[in-house]
Design a protein around this ligand. Structure first.
Ligand SMILES: [Fe+2]
Length: 212
């Protein structure tokens, strides 16, 4: 890999000046998967922060945890192949993260969960396609250990898709707008007793000026 990679017209850069073997392409794509997961991890953090419903926050936190493991799996693939880890570009994942961000910042907070879920689902489908290709080529190379690690990643992506779809359907069915933001976030009512009134903390009870 050159010291200062040349940026190509698509915003990425080439690890190899010109691919001349299936192994070089595989290595490039494996590196792109690694970059993809790094962007994905960042995006999941953003989505977790932006989402309002507690179940969405938990879902993104759980998948972020899996994504950290996926990153380690990909590094392990390089090791098993006896190659240096590379960081091929993944402009598509960067673009998906940007699109999700630009839509969430222009969406009302009461509706933002639907947008967050769309961004997550689009990204997970892209990741799935990436692993399906890598697995096919690793199988052709007879790299069984690499296939097993990539399959682990693929299965986690597919499970994430199922969960995101379930929540998307539930929200679409029940109405995407959140009427009670605190309840959706799993927080107690604004007051500190079960009725939402303040008793010992928070805003002090109103005392009319005449009583001073
Ligand atoms: Fe993922």
């Amino acid at each position: 890999m050159p010291d200062t990679p040349e940026i190509n017209e698509y915003g990425g850069y080439a690890v190899f000046e010109h691919f001349t073997s299936a192994e070089e392409i595989f290595s490039y794509k494996l590196g792109a998967a690694l970059t993809m997961e790094h962007y994905s991890l960042e995006m999941l953090g953003d989505l977790e922060q932006t989402a309002v419903r507690r179940e969405l926050k938990d879902l993104f936190a759980e998948h972020a945890h899996e994504t950290r493991q996926q990153i380690e799996n990909l590094k392990q693939c390089f090791m098993l192949l006896g190659e240096d880890v590379n960081d091929s570009p993944s402009p598509m994942t960067k673009g998906l993260a940007k699109e999700a961000k630009s839509t969430t910042v222009t969406t009302d907070e009461s509706l933002v969960d639907a947008v967050v879920l769309a961004g997550a689902l689009e990204t997970e489908h892209y990741e799935t396609a990436f692993y399906e290709t890598l697995i096919a080529h690793a199988q052709a190379r007879g790299a069984a250990d690499v296939v097993a690690l990539l399959r682990q990643n693929l299965e986690q992506e597919m499970a994430a898709i199922v969960k995101i779809k379930e929540v998307t359907k539930a929200i679409a069915r029940d109405g995407i707008a959140i009427l009670d933001m605190r309840a959706a976030a799993g927080e107690p009512p604004a007051g500190d007793d079960e009725t939402g009134h303040f008793t010992t903390t928070g805003i002090p009870p109103f005392v009319p000026p005449s009583s001073f």
